[in-house]
Design a protein around this ligand. Structure first.
Ligand code: UTP
Ligand code: MN
Length: 528
């Protein structure tokens, strides 16, 4: 978007006198539509007339443009300057300390695109001026706004903030406010990837994906230890009830909200009501206690073994892979995600029905719902959902088998370690894991566990594996990155190059990252 010819000569950042003279009084100020965004235009290399023109344009479109750099500025926009040059100028002319700087440093492209869109756009990494963290940090950190370009391990140094942001994201999700849900999820995710604990606002300098609201939350927690908005949500009856209802297998936000509006509040009230439940919801309600308890890694390993044995009865060369959170090295999960494939493509067809039928007669399955393969050939425009044949199920897991496998693991570790101290550590851990299982199972000798079985044809296996390993945000950003940075369409089935008009086959996850021009991120670093 060419707005005005670029100025050739360099000018400094305007002092307050300059901005008032040139911009303050005569600028037509439209009604501010996006108060939460405050723009400061850097005059250096932009020139005063272009700056004036851009200011007027933005104000007409309802943007708030500040004459001077202040706390209320969220976006510092400059043209043909490096991040370091802008920070140097702000420090020199406006006395702003670089360590105290929390606004986004963006290129003019963000501004022109936002003007074009008529609203402030999300800051993408291509909009950001690169700045290295020069604060106390020993290492230089340059953080991408794409989760698929960050390495996020499970160890999170900013749990205090991420837990609060997670509540805000959940509340937004329950209000079906997708934009807010994403904003808080992204903020939480970026904090999870930081190699240090945030102890002051200056630590957030140059970090993308942190909106005004999220920064406000972090600031409040830094000052008061808690965030009042989060505390209020946690006490809110609608939030509590919708969380309770959506925790039932098969219940989404719309249904939960409907029940809430009908006056229902607890699971017992739901059970006593004459609300019509689906078969899935009935099972979800019946086994709710067990299904609410975390699934342990041992339980997941055991279920994988059970499924492996079952599929091998029918097709010996079938490959079963544990995906989802457990593949990202989580110790606990809400379900077990298993991906099933066969090296001879086509052999996998019809397998799931046989396996589920057999396991049901063996008393291994409490509930199962098979969805057929709805993949209509490769699609260039993949939707959010995949089309694999799958079975959403509830397994009946014998507690005794879990304990046996636990002891087996323990003795194996013992013999490997040959060191008493390590053995004791592991024993403590095992006991904790067993307590979870026992508590969930109560007096019965089995535990209900949610299991997703997904069948992928061999040629789509790598894409299915990448898609089902998660995390949710990592997946979302992979697709966003493919689309915006590469003009490619990624799904759990395939990758399509929209420029060359071809599908890009891949046999491994590494191959997919390579097609996307991304550095390979192993599963344990995808906990975004
Ligand atoms: P999960 O919801 O099971 O999440 O989906 P998780 O990361 O394993 O976490 P917990 O521990 O169970 O709570 C696993 C991955 O599978 C993808 C999701 O995007 C997620 O990355 N998925 C899930 C699909 O692609 N399609 C679905 O229908 C469900
Ligand atoms: Mn899972």
């Amino acid at each position: 978007m060419a707005l005005l010819p670029r100025k050739k000569r360099c000018k400094g950042i305007p002092t307050s006198t300059v901005s008032q003279d040139h911009l303050g009084r005569n600028s037509p100020v439209g009604e501010v539509k996006f108060g939460e965004v405050g723009i400061f235009l850097v005059e250096r290399r932009m020139g005063s007339s272009r700056r004036r023109f851009l200011t007027e344009l933005a104000r007409k479109k309802g943007f708030r443009v500040e004459e001077q750099m202040s706390e209320s500025v969220t976006h510092v926009v400059s043209e043909n300057n490096t991040g370091k040059e802008v920070l140097d100028l702000l420090e020199k002319r406006n006395g702003i300390s670089r360590t105290g700087f929390t606004a986004a440093l963006v290129d003019i492209a963000w501004f022109t695109e936002s003007m074009g869109a008529g609203r402030p756009l999300e800051v993408e990494s291509r909009h950001q001026l690169q700045v290295t963290r020069e604060a106390v940090a020993v290492t230089e950190v340059s953080i991408s706004s794409y989760a698929c370009q960050r390495r996020t391990v499970l160890k999170n140094k900013n749990r205090l903030f991420t837990e609060a942001l997670k509540v805000l994201a959940e509340a937004a999700e329950l209000n079906e406010s997708e934009g807010r849900y994403l904003a808080f999820s992204k903020a939480s995710s970026i904090l999870k990837s930081l190699p240090y604990t945030v102890t002051k606002m200056e630590d957030l300098q140059g970090i993308p994906s942190l909106g005004v609201h999220s920064r406000k939350v972090i600031k409040e927690i830094l000052e008061d230890g808690t965030c009042s908005e989060v505390e209020n949500i946690l006490q809110n009856e609608r939030y509590q009830t919708l969380k309770r209802f959506t925790s039932i297998f098969g219940v989404g936000v719309k249904t939960a909200d409907k029940w809430y509006r009908e006056g229902l509040r607890t699971l017992d009230e739901l059970r006593a009501s004459n609300v019509k439940l689906t078969r899935e919801q009935e099972a979800g309600l019946l086994y709710h206690n067990d299904l609410s308890a975390p699934v342990t890694r041992t339980e997941a390993d055991l279920i994988k073994q059970i499924v492996e044995r079952a599929v091998h009865k029918f097709l010996p060369a079938t490959v079963v892979t544990l995906t989802g959170g457990f593949r990202r090295e989580k110790e606990f999960g809400h379900d077990v995600d298993l991906l099933i494939t066969h090296p001879e493509e086509g052999k996998e067809e019809g397998l799931i029905c046989q396996v589920i039928n057999w396991m049901t007669t063996e008393g291994l399955i409490l509930y199962g719902d098979i969805t057929g393969n709805s993949y209509k050939g490769r699609s260039k425009d993949p939707g959010i959902f995949d089309h694999f044949e799958k079975c959403l199920s509830i397994f009946k897991l014998k507690k005794e088998l879990v304990n046996n496998l636990e002891s087996e693991k323990l003795s194996h570790c013992d013999s490997l370690a040959g060191d008493k101290t390590r053995g004791i550590d592991l024993a403590d851990h095992t006991e904790a894991a067993q307590q979870v299982t026992v508590a969930a199972a109560g007096s019965k000798d089995w535990k209900a566990v949610r299991v997703d079985l997904v069948i992928a044809p061999y040629s789509q296996y790598a894409y299915a594996l990448l898609g089902w390993t998660g995390s949710r945000l990592f997946e979302r950003d992979l697709r966003r990155y493919a689309k915006h940075s590469k003009n490619m369409s990624l799904s759990s089935h395939s990758l399509f190059d929209n420029e060359q008009n071809i599908f890009l086959p891949a046999a491994t996850e590494e191959g997919i990252f390579a097609h996307l021009g991304l550095e390979y991120i192993p599963p344990r670093e995808r906990n975004a």
